[in-house]
Design a protein around this ligand. Structure first.
Ligand SMILES: Cc1ncc(COP(=O)(O)O)c(C=O)c1O
Length: 394
């Protein structure tokens, strides 16, 4: 395939090195026939890997039956998926709004928070909630925000896990607090349970919404359906996207209790939201995760990988953090200030797909279906990559 990327696409991503044409499980192939083990899963999206037979069947059946209806009509898969999500959150009065991406889900949540009659929003330093103007206002990363200012101005940023800052920031003017349980884009940084519980208490005291962004962490990625579950906190809403439909576009805002009553007809909408194909795909994702016991697989494999990625690193990896199958390895390469990008480029040569999420951290978000054989092969390639940078040859 003749690709002239620069002449074809707006310059938002730089020019990717690889053209991928096919996948099977956690292996993908490029246009020249080169084979790779995918430890990134389309940035935490392909939770069932590529071409899972049940997923293929469900999506193909739906494409052959009904692709789009608009929200002027009811479609079965959207109702079935919404009911399933209500069951998975288990909250009283849970309701669902479907859209098409993580940013859109957060835009929906932001609009919902305006219906409290207040405007101030509190977010955590380093957060990533999307790139549309509203969600970008919540994305506390100055380099991404600066060129597009002025953004929404009533956003207060608090340092990660800074309880005192949180206490000061949340006032009677606060409409909502947005949190990621694990900040994927900031390098897989975890919020403390104490911070999340405090956010719940403080928002409840002032009548603000606690909105947890589960776009990257939800649907089993961390070994539970929802990463916040272990905190014992019930938020007013969560946002979900990425893994939900296993690679087809979808986003969802799921609300709880009183927050479910804020939108009224005309408040919000999406032409494609709840489209039957994405919803059928998402139902299949959830069914396969249940049938194949993939939540516990994510937990145990995540724990194993945390050890193996260090043990097989020839001293290059100093720490692996994260939960379930959302991990980041801190790499240290003598004399390199930007080691993660170098590591990822070398890993690619050895047939591994990874992502340099910060200058020093390499992110892994493989499919929950990755097999033991694929893991073993990936670890061999990981060791070869590490060995290249190591002063001590194996
Ligand atoms: C936590 C979180 N929220 C929102 C988004 C935005 O999602 P999308 O790229 O689907 O708009 C992302 C994407 O990386 C994310 O990680």
């Amino acid at each position: 395939m003749n690709v002239n990327w620069e002449e074809t696409f707006l310059n938002t991503y730089g020019t990717p090195e690889l053209t991928l044409v096919r996948g099977q499980g956690s292996r993908v192939w490029d246009v020249t026939g080169g084979e790779y083990i995918d430890l990134l899963g389309g940035i935490a999206v392909n939770i069932l890997g590529a071409a899972h037979p049940k997923y293929v069947q469900a999506v193909s059946d739906q494409v052959g039956t009904l692709v789009h209806t608009s929200n002027l009509y009811i479609n079965g898969p959207s109702v079935k998926l919404a009911n399933k999500l209500q069951e998975l959150v288990g909250w009283p009065g849970a309701k669902v709004f479907f859209c098409n991406s993580g940013a859109e889900a957060n835009e929906s949540a932001l609009k919902l928070s305006r219906l409290t009659g207040k405007t101030q929003v509190v977010v955590v330093e380093g957060s990533f909630h999307g790139r549309t103007m509203g969600s970008l206002s919540l994305t506390a990363q100055p380099a991404k925000q600066k060129p597009f200012e002025p953004l929404l101005n009533d956003v207060t940023v608090v340092a990660i896990n800074d309880l005192e800052a949180l206490r000061v920031a949340i006032t009677s003017a606060t409409a909502a607090v947005f949190l990621e349980v694990i900040q994927g884009e900031a390098g897989v940084r975890s919020l403390s349970w104490e911070f999340i519980r405090s956010a719940r208490e403080l928002t409840s005291e002032v009548g603000a919404l606690l909105i947890i962004d589960e776009v990257q962490t939800g649907i089993g990625r961390t070994g539970a359906w929802w990463a916040h579950a272990e905190s014992g906190v019930t938020p007013d809403a969560i946002t979900v996207a990425k893994s939900l439909a296993g690679g087809l576009p979808i986003g969802a805002l799921i609300t709880c209790g009183e927050a479910s009553k804020l939108f009224t007809p005309g408040s919000h909408g999406s032409t494609f939201g709840g489209n039957p194909v994405s919803c059928a795909a998402a139902i299949s994702v959830i069914n396969v995760i249940e049938q194949e016991g993939l939540l516990s697989r994510a937990t145990t494999l995540g724990q194993e990988l945390k050890e193996s990625l260090v043990n097989r690193s020839h001293g290059i990896v100093t720490q692996v953090r994260g939960r379930g199958l959302l991990l980041a390895a801190e790499v240290h390469i003598e004399g390199e200030s930007d080691p993660a990008a170098k590591f990822v480029a070398k890993a690619l040569e050895h047939g591994l797909l990874l992502n340099a999420v910060t200058p020093t951290a390499v992110r892994l978000a493989p499919a929950l279906t990755i097999t033991d054989a694929e893991v073993e092969q990936a670890l061999l390639r990981w060791a070869l990559t590490c060995n290249y940078f190591s002063e001590v040859p194996s």
